[in-house]
Design a protein around this ligand. Structure first.
Ligand SMILES: *Cc1c(COP(=O)(O)O)cnc(C)c1O
Length: 396
C-alpha cells in the first residue's frame, strides 16, 4: 500500500482545477492588460477568479491581491504594516513562537531595521493565550501577526478573540491562513482580520500562486515594482491559468468543507488513538482545536529522520517536525515552543491527509509505524538507557 500523508507540505491538484486551467494555456492565453478581445477575455477570467475567492472568504473582490504564494503574501503583509507603523513612529510587532518561517524570517529582517519583535509563547497544546496578547500590546505596536492554523501540529488559534483584541486597540492584525483556507470555514468580517495570506497548493490548487486579502483602507507596500497589475501593488503579468486554478480549487474545497471535516475527524481520531497505543508516545498540539487532517506525535527514544526513511520504505509518505538545514539537525521551533525537549522533538512524526483518506490506510499506517518504532527503539542507545532506568522517560 502507498499512502501520501504529507498534505500540509503540498496537495495533489484537483481534477476540476486542472480542467479549469487548461483553456488559459493555449486558447485564452492573452495578457489581461491588452485592450483587444482576447486580452479582455483574460481580464474577465481574472475578475471572476477574484470574485470567487472573495465570495468564499466573505470579502470584496478588490480586497484580494494575487501573489506567488503564501510566502510572498506573508512578506508583503508584514512589510506593509511595518512601513505604515514606521511612518507613525511605531516599531513594535507581536507574533507567536510557532509561526511559519515566511513570517519569522521577515520579522528577523525587520528586527535588523530597528523593529522590536515580541513572540508570544503558546500553551503546551500549541495555542496562543488571548490574555498574553493583551499584555503584550503597546502604544507603539504596529502589527499583530498570528497564524490561523499551524502547519506542523495543526492547532487552530482563537482568531476571533485575537482579532477582536487587535481591533479594539486599533492595531493591524494579519493572519497566515495558508493551512486553514479551504480546510476550515473563514468569514473575514466576523474575525476582525485586516490581512490574510493564502496559498493555492495547500488546497489542491497549483503551486506558485496565492493571494493576500487586504481590508479596504489598509495601505500596501510593493515588494515587486513595475507594471500596474493588482491595482499597482504587485507588478508582473498575471499568471492567469494558476489564478483560475486556485479559484476553482478553493470553490471546490469550500463547497464540501463541512463534509470533508466530518469524514476526516473520525479518521484523525482513529490514527491518534492507534499511535498513542505505542508506549511513550505523545500527541503534539490540541486534541480538538486542530485541523481535521493533521496528526503529529512524538515517540520517545527515536530519531524522526530514521522513522521517515523507514516509513518511506513501507510506502508511507510522511514528514517530521524537525527540519534538516545545512547539515545541522535543528529540532522544530514549534515542538520546542510547546515544551518538548530537544531529543523528544527529534522523534516526531507528522501525518496530514486529504479527503480521499480511508480507514484501511489509517490502519496500515498504525501497523507500519508500530513495527518501525519498535525496530528503531531496539537499536537506540537512548532507548536502552530509558528501559534500564539510567534515564527517565519524558513521555510517560
Ligand atoms: C506552506 C506555508 C507557507 C508558504 O506558502 P508557499 O505558497 O509555499 O510559499 C506559509 N505559511 C504556512 C503556514 C504554510 O503552511
Amino acid at each position: 500500500m502507498k499512502v501520501y500523508a504529507d498534505n500540509a507540505a503540498t496537495t495533489k491538484m484537483s481534477k476540476t482545477a486542472i480542467k479549469a486551467m487548461l483553456p488559459y494555456f493555449d486558447g485564452c492565453y492573452a495578457n489581461s492588460s491588452s485592450l483587444h478581445t482576447p486580452g479582455q477575455l483574460a481580464k474577465d477570467a481574472l475578475a471572476s477568479a477574484r470574485a470567487d475567492i472573495a465570495a468564499t472568504l466573505n470579502c470584496k473582490p478588490n480586497e484580494i491581491y494575487f501573489t506567488s504564494g503564501g510566502s510572498e503574501s506573508d512578506n508583503q503583509a508584514i512589510i506593509s504594516a511595518a512601513a505604515v507603523g514606521e511612518r507613525k513612529g511605531k516599531k513594535h510587532i507581536i507574533s507567536s513562537a510557532i509561526e511559519h518561517h515566511a513570517v519569522l524570517h521577515t520579522l528577523d529582517k525587520l528586527k535588523k531595521r530597528g523593529f522590536e519583535i515580541t513572540l508570544l509563547p503558546v500553551h503546551e497544546n500549541g495555542i496562543v493565550r488571548p490574555e498574553d496578547l493583551k499584555a503584550a500590546l503597546r502604544d507603539d505596536t504596529a502589527l499583530v501577526t498570528i497564524m490561523f492554523a499551524n502547519n506542523e501540529i495543526g492547532t487552530i488559534q482563537p482568531i476571533a478573540e485575537l482579532g477582536k483584541i487587535c481591533r479594539s486597540h486599533g492595531v493591524l492584525f494579519h493572519t497566515d491562513a495558508v493551512q486553514a483556507v479551504g480546510h476550515v470555514n473563514i468569514d473575514i468580517p466576523s474575525l476582525n482580520i485586516d490581512m490574510l495570506s493564502l496559498s493555492a497548493h495547500k488546497f489542491h490548487g497549483p503551486k506558485g500562486v496565492g493571494a493576500l486579502y487586504v481590508r479596504t483602507g489598509v495601505a500596501l507596500t510593493n515588494l515587486i515594482d513595475g507594471g500596474a497589475q493588482e491595482r499597482g501593488k504587485r507588478a508582473g503579468t498575471e499568471n492567469i491559468p494558476a489564478i483560475v486554478g486556485m479559484a476553482a480549487a478553493l470553490k471546490e474545497c469550500a463547497a464540501k468543507i463541512d463534509a470533508t471535516a466530518k469524514k476526516l475527524v473520525p479518521l484523525r481520531e482513529r490514527l491518534i488513538d492507534g499511535l498513542l497505543g505505542i508506549p511513550h508516545t505523545a500527541l503534539n498540539g490540541d486534541r480538538t482545536e486542530r485541523l481535521p487532517n493533521n496528526v503529529n506525535v512524538c515517540f520517545e527514544g527515536i530519531e524522526g529522520e530514521s522513522l521517515l526513511l523507514m516509513l518511506d520504505g513501507c510506502g508511507v509518505y510522511a514528514s517530521s517536525g524537525s527540519a534538516c538545514t545545512s547539515g545541522s539537525l535543528d529540532p522544530s521551533h514549534v515542538l520546542l515552543a510547546i515544551g518538548r525537549p530537544h531529543d523528544v522533538a527529534h522523534g516526531s512524526l507528522r501525518l496530514t491527509f486529504a479527503e480521499d483518506a480511508t480507514a484501511e490506510q489509517i490502519d496500515y499506517i498504525i501497523e507500519q509505524t508500530e513495527k518501525v518504532v519498535a525496530y528503531l527503539r531496539n537499536m537506540s542507545p537512548v532507548w536502552k538507557d530509558l528501559t534500564e532506568g539510567k534515564k527517565n522517560y519524558v513521555i510517560q
